[in-house]
Design a binder for this molecule. Structure first.
Ligand SMILES: Nc1ncnc2c1ncn2[C@@H]1O[C@H](COP(=O)(O)OP(=O)(O)O)[C@@H](O)[C@H]1O
Ligand SMILES: [Mg+2]
Length: 319
């Protein structure tokens, strides 16, 4: 690999334009599309969008924004097929919201959508935090950041708690170096890498205010609201179903009570807290069944979370 000269912008290898003979299947298939239905049919994004609807509970506004972005991209395809525009649309995004509101999950779906529409070659997602990009010593940051960018090329780079990159209190913070490299790549290789910044809304707002260059390159801001208690209960059903478990009679009511209590406690993290609570309920269920070694447990018993598996939680004792 040759080092770019000082004056040259950073360029991460592996990005488009495609090498001679290399044809992106997604791009090739939509190249002759003249109708929205052509692009939808050939890219098969409808299935990703409907999975998004059915797999993810709530998030109405987020789902609508994603449909809007998909519509924009489909129309962009039709326009470019008729030679109407030159530069690819800016797709860098910011996902703001509290912990466990689905930001990482939705970002992975976004990567799939972008891939199916041919906006990124591979459609994978690389999730990082400050420590993956910023070194501890002078000279360490650029190679670390470039290594991550190389891995993410052709897909989505998801930077969690992105505001930690910027530490105004440290005059010589190496985070600034990572930000500058990111800015260049976000601008020059935006046809092959989409960056999604994620984190708490207020801190992200401050981050963008202090980094206007970054802010101007982020085209889509999606806000992830906290879930309602009723949504968290449906999320619990989904998580259990995925793991081939279910709530027994009254256990679901007990879990609804659990959610109401847990939501008022510190460090409540939306759907993540629900997932963690169900992991612990499964542990208690296993101990309960384990305690009776001679009994032959049925399929139903092995897959049912019962009231004591829920009520055994510390959350009820503290209440
Ligand atoms: N709307 C939802 N429907 C179903 N499960 C969800 C939903 N949102 C989040 N989850 C689940 O909750 C967990 C935390 O979500 P995640 O995307 O990591 O949140 P964040 O990145 O905002 O902290 C994941 O296991 C995810 O599958
Ligand atoms: Mg996350």
């Amino acid at each position: 690999m040759t080092q770019p000269s000082k004056a040259m912008p950073y360029s991460i290898p592996g990005s488009s334009p495609a090498r001679p003979g290399e044809v992106d299947p997604a791009q090739a298939s939509t190249a002759s599309a003249t109708k929205v239905s052509d692009v939808l049919g050939e890219s098969q994004i409808e299935s990703v969008l409907s999975e998004l609807d059915t797999d993810l509970v709530g998030l109405t506004s987020v789902k609508q924004r994603i449909r809007d972005i998909a519509a924009l991209l489909v129309i962009d395809k039709l326009r470019s097929n008729l030679g109407l525009n030159a530069s690819p649309p800016s797709l860098h995004m910011s996902f703001t919201g509290n912990s466990g509101t689905g930001k990482t999950t939705v970002a992975m779906r976004m990567a799939q959508i972008l891939h199916r529409l041919g906006y990124v070659r591979k459609g994978h997602m690389v999730a990082v935090t400050r420590d993956d990009l910023v070194g501890q010593y002078i000279g360490h940051t650029a190679p670390k950041t470039k290594e991550i960018l190389k891995k993410a090329m052709g897909g989505v780079l998801f930077i969690d708690e992105a505001y930690y990159l910027y530490r105004p209190e440290n005059e010589r913070d190496y985070g600034q170096e990572a930000i500058e490299i990111l800015l260049q790549v976000m601008e020059n290789q935006r046809d092959d890498l989409v960056v999604i910044f994620a984190g708490y809304k207020d801190r992200m707002d401050t981050f963008f205010r202090s980094n206007p260059g970054m802010s101007s390159r982020v085209a889509h801001h999606l806000d992830f609201p906290d879930y309602l208690a009723s949504e968290l209960l449906v999320i619990a059903d989904k998580i259990l179903t995925q793991q081939s478990y279910r709530f027994g009679e009254l256990a679901r009511d007990a879990f609804a009570e659990y959610i109401a209590l847990r939501m008022r406690q510190p460090n409540f993290a939306n759907a993540r807290s629900v997932r963690n609570a169900l992991d612990r309920a499964r542990l208690r269920q296993a101990s309960r069944l384990f305690a009776d070694p001679e009994r032959e447990w049925t399929r139903a018993e092995l897959s049912t979370i019962e009231v004591p598996d829920i009520r055994g939680s510390r959350v009820f004792q503290q209440a």
